[in-house]
Design a protein around this ligand. Structure first.
Ligand code: OOG
Ligand code: MG
Length: 255
């Protein structure tokens, strides 16, 4: 049987040291439920080091991502303040193993979410939306994992960049999304790829959080999941994510 505490230490240390580890499931099979226990314990370790939880992320909310990674269940993980990078900033890639970048949208909540919400209700719980990038960095060798592995590894969550907040959520249902690297459009999609409408990510977040008896305080961030496949993030590049009607966000990278 897997030792939850050992597993949490392994994924946490891999992140801290930016050194890949073998998939946990190759040693011991474990359930998705146990994977979330490992995830929670690994986040507790971060909190003990002084990091603060700032919200949650959803993963595999689009077909493009499910196909890219071969995993088809919705997953969720935690975001902490240490993961935040500045919009327009210069991001050092030293703290990552093999980072990838994804075009996303990020929601800011305005009321505590402590029960499952319907799509109609969800909008009332939201303050604003912003164009965003997620930097994912699986702690597993070759960026390969099973559903249980990736959940235990906090869903590859490693960094996020959030652009300016927009109050108008109306144009969000089918907004064009472009991820541009050094001026070239590497990924093109639509926010409709995110569960049909990104607000559904908030519905799913409310369901998943309630199932695990977690309340999301007002002012939390919810990353809706990538609208397209992820792209490798390499040093000395300029990455932009443009979401029509919402705005854009960009970073440059260095070693
Ligand atoms: C897992 C995280 C997936 C998304 O936006 O779908 C994710 C991974 O692909 O490593 O963040
Ligand atoms: Mg993501």
């Amino acid at each position: 049987m897997i030792d939850i505490e050992d597993a949490a230490r392994l994924v946490d240390e891999a992140a801290v040291k930016a050194t890949a580890i073998h998939q946990l499931t190759t040693v011991d099979a474990f359930s998705v439920h146990d994977a979330y226990r490992i995830q929670r314990m690994s986040i507790d370790r971060r909190v003990q080091r002084g990091e603060r939880r700032i919200g949650i992320k959803l993963g595999f909310t689009s077909r493009a991502k499910m196909m890219q990674m071969g995993v088809s269940d919705l997953i969720w993980g935690w975001l902490t303040d240490a993961m935040l990078e500045d919009d327009g900033g210069n991001v050092s890639l030293r703290r990552f193993i093999h980072p990838r970048v994804e075009p996303e949208v990020c929601f800011l909540t305005r009321r505590t979410i402590d029960r499952p919400l319907t799509a109609l209700e969800a909008k009332d719980y939201l303050e604003a939306v912003a164009p965003a990038m997620e930097i994912i960095d699986s702690r597993y060798q070759d960026f390969r994992f099973t559903l249980e592995d990736v959940v235990a590894d906090n869903c590859s969550s490693a960094g996020l960049v959030v652009g300016n907040w927009a109050r108008n959520l109306d144009s969000l249902g089918n907004a064009g999304v472009i991820m541009r690297v050094d001026g070239r459009d590497m990924q093109i999609g639509s926010t409709a790829a995110i569960l049909g409408h990104p607000v559904r990510a908030v519905v799913e977040a409310s369901r998943l959080a309630s199932e695990s008896e977690t309340a999301l305080p007002a002012g939390s961030l919810i990353m809706a999941g990538a609208a397209t496949a992820a792209h490798p993030l390499v040093p000395a590049s300029h990455v932009q994510v443009l979401v029509s009607g919402v705005g854009e966000v960009d970073i440059t990278t260095r070693l």
